[in-house]
Design a protein around this ligand. Structure first.
Ligand code: GLN
Length: 190
């Protein structure tokens, strides 16, 4: 099958590589532009978006990645990866930028510092059966623009998963709970 990459500058990229490999995909870490050139799709993992932003620019990956997104490459971002895919962030640190592509506004660390990680069972548009979602210092999607679609909300109504064509973003971390359906969705887009 087509090769799929995981952005491996920082964060929990190894877990995503393991999920994709477990699904039978040809999954490789991406740290360089020439590695990005060789993948048909990409996962941007969880981690720390401020660090990922700096490293993506230092490694010369930010601009080529945006070009691939504009050219229609499917990309799945989890947590910090969702922040990287968002066109707008409300509380970026310093000169923090994003790659963009998803017509959404996200707020980082939106669930507060005291109770900064929690779990919930969610219905997700397009998936049969609930998703057990784990949130770790997770962002929330504060505004969904006309090009994007909310596909999951937490019980209080806040949006935590979005889709826009070949782009998929979740505030939570399926790669740590044995949940493989989001990665399958990405592979089905390739
Ligand atoms: N709080 C992190 C950020 O702002 C995201 C946390 C995560 O990816 N688990 O990038």
């Amino acid at each position: 099958g087509p090769r799929v990459g995981v952005l491996a500058l920082q964060g929990d990229f190894r877990e995503h590589l393991a999920v994709l490999t477990g699904l039978g995909a040809d999954a490789v870490p991406v740290r360089r532009e020439r590695e990005l050139d060789q993948v048909a799709g990409l996962v941007i993992p969880g981690g720390e978006s401020t660090v990922m932003d700096k490293l993506s620019r230092t490694f010369g990956l930010a601009a080529p990645l945006r070009e691939r997104i504009d050219a229609g490459m499917p990309v799945y971002g989890t947590c910090a990866g969702l922040i990287m895919l968002a066109d707008r962030i409300t509380d970026g640190l310093g000169d923090q930028r994003t790659i963009g592509g998803l017509d959404v506004t996200v707020r980082r660390n939106a669930f507060g510092n005291q109770n900064d990680s929690f779990e919930a069972d969610l219905d997700v548009t397009g998936l049969d059966g609930p998703v057990h979602a784990v949130f770790i210092r997770a962002p929330v999607v504060e505004q969904v623009g006309p090009a994007a679609e909310a596909i999951a909300t937490v019980p209080d109504g806040r949006v935590v998963a979005v889709r826009q064509g070949g782009l998929l973003g979740t505030s939570f971390h399926p790669e740590i709970t044995g949940e493989t359906r989001f990665h399958r969705m990405l592979l089905d887009l390739l």
